[in-house]
Ligand binder design. Structure first.
Ligand code: AMP
Length: 411
């Protein structure tokens, strides 16, 4: 199947080919025809499957074919980061068409807030928002959803986990009943199904199975406090069986800090996008040639590095979602060799890891921490849920950016 089979508007096809998309992913193959047919949809798909384009492409196509232009689509997502990513994808796909969107999220200043209001008054096709911020705007009476055609809830399960359910119901009350409702969720617990029944009309269901880690990988986890991680990693690296090691950390800053901590152990390098291309290539050559024992990086390392014989992968910070976990640990046990994948789970990351285990359908053994490090936290994901969301918590107040609107070619 190719994108040409969907008979998208030419300018949209141009946009998606210019983004380097060659072939639809499985979720896109299944979801696009349903959305083009104006049916309601509940789709179970994780980040990394191409789920965003799966709903954006048919929606943009509908917008381009609409006889008149009004605020057409509302996309609600749990975090500012996700709202911005969706908005950027609209920018990319809509580069050659005249689709206007606005990202609305919490935590900005009054000027941005004003810009958003102004953009809304000028007219946009797609509003992409976090729930808390959207409610504030709705209550200000600045949004006219009278002609809304599509409602998308992205990462619905995460919005539920973050306590947005009442906000979502309030928002939906403002929307016309005669609309297409599309829900994407990484998991489908009963509460998501019941929300879907409440807000959608005889929806089609699609389920994209998550990939499973290779059989040769021995997975282990340590439930730790942040301050115990350094001593733990040093202890693990004393094991000389681990001759080729990749350590993943969540941010560039953490990668650099960890490199400093591990430098006394000798053969260790941080791999980061800040390095010159030649430096990166040299590090990779040394790592492949087994002249470099330990490589530390962020998720950019997990995609595409093709090195055989990695004996250990350590998730110094738990990965953001199951696909990243599978990509990261898949760096070991390649070509049917055995390998070990160890994940450190602090209190904040417990719920995240619990979801990863649930989606893989396995429980990763929790290893005892060496007694000299003192006791670690209890593994209780449910109780630690609040901490997980305190960093990006529900957004209330603030604003986002506004940008170009109807009938304006971006070319
Ligand atoms: P998502 O699951 O929506 O977070 O998408 C994951 C990544 O895959 C994003 O960087 C998209 O730009 C990219 N992507 C989505 N669809 C395709 C496709 N058909 N071909 C190549 N890349 C894609």
């Amino acid at each position: 199947m190719t994108f040409d089979d969907f008979k998208f508007d030419e300018s949209l096809l141009e946009g998606l080919y210019s983004m380097g998309y060659k072939q639809p992913t499985p979720i896109q193959e299944q979801a696009i025809p349903v959305i083009l047919n104006n049916k309601d949809l509940i789709a179970c798909a994780q980040t990394g499957t191409g789920k965003t384009a799966a709903y954006l492409l048919p929606i943009i196509h509908h917008i381009l074919k609409a006889p008149t232009r009004h605020l057409n689509t509302l996309i609600i997502a749990p975090t500012r980061e996700l709202v911005l990513q969706i908005d950027q994808q609209i920018d990319g796909m809509g580069y050659f068409c005249s689709v206007g969107s606005i990202a609305i999220y919490g935590g900005n200043d009054g000027i941005t807030w004003e810009k958003q209001r102004h953009a809304l008054e000028e007219g946009v096709d797609i509003v992409c928002a976090t729930p808390g911020r959207l409610i504030a705007l709705l209550q200000s009476g600045k949004m006219n959803f009278e002609h809304l055609q599509h409602l998308v809830l992205d990462e619905a399960d995460r919005m539920m986990d973050m306590g947005f359910i009442d906000d979502l119901k309030t928002i939906i009350n403002y929307l016309p009943k005669n609309r297409q409702t599309i829900m994407f969720s990484a998991t489908m617990p009963p509460k998501i199904r019941s929300l879907a029944n409440e807000i959608s009309n005889n929806p089609e269901q699609i389920n994209i199975a998550i990939s499973k880690p290779a059989a040769g990988i021995v997975q282990q986890a340590y439930v730790v406090h942040d301050h115990q991680k350094e001593a733990l990693i040093k202890g693990i690296l004393k094991n000389e069986d681990y001759q080729s090691v990749i350590i993943f950390s969540s941010t560039k800053e953490n990668v650099k800090a960890l490199e400093k901590v591990l430098r006394p152990l000798g053969s260790v390098k941080a791999f980061s996008s800040d390095l010159e291309q030649a430096e990166r290539e040299e590090i990779m050559r040394d790592f492949k040639g087994k002249r470099l024992r330990i490589l530390i990086g962020t998720d950019i390392l997990s995609r595409g590095i093709d090195v055989d014989g990695i004996s250990l992968v350590v998730n110094y910070d738990a990965p953001p979602d199951p696909e990243d976990y599978i990509h990261r640990i898949g760096r070991t046990a390649r070509a049917s060799k055995a390998g070990v994948a160890i994940t450190f789970i602090n209190e904040r990351d417990q719920m995240k890891f619990f979801h990863i285990e649930a989606l893989m359908g396995i429980e990763v053994p929790k290893m005892p921490i060496p007694p000299e490090l003192g006791p670690g936290p209890e593994y209780n994901p449910e109780a630690n849920k609040k901490k997980a969301f305190s960093r990006h918590g529900p957004s209330k107040g603030g604003g986002g950016k506004g940008k170009s609107k109807f009938h304006q070619r971006k070319k």
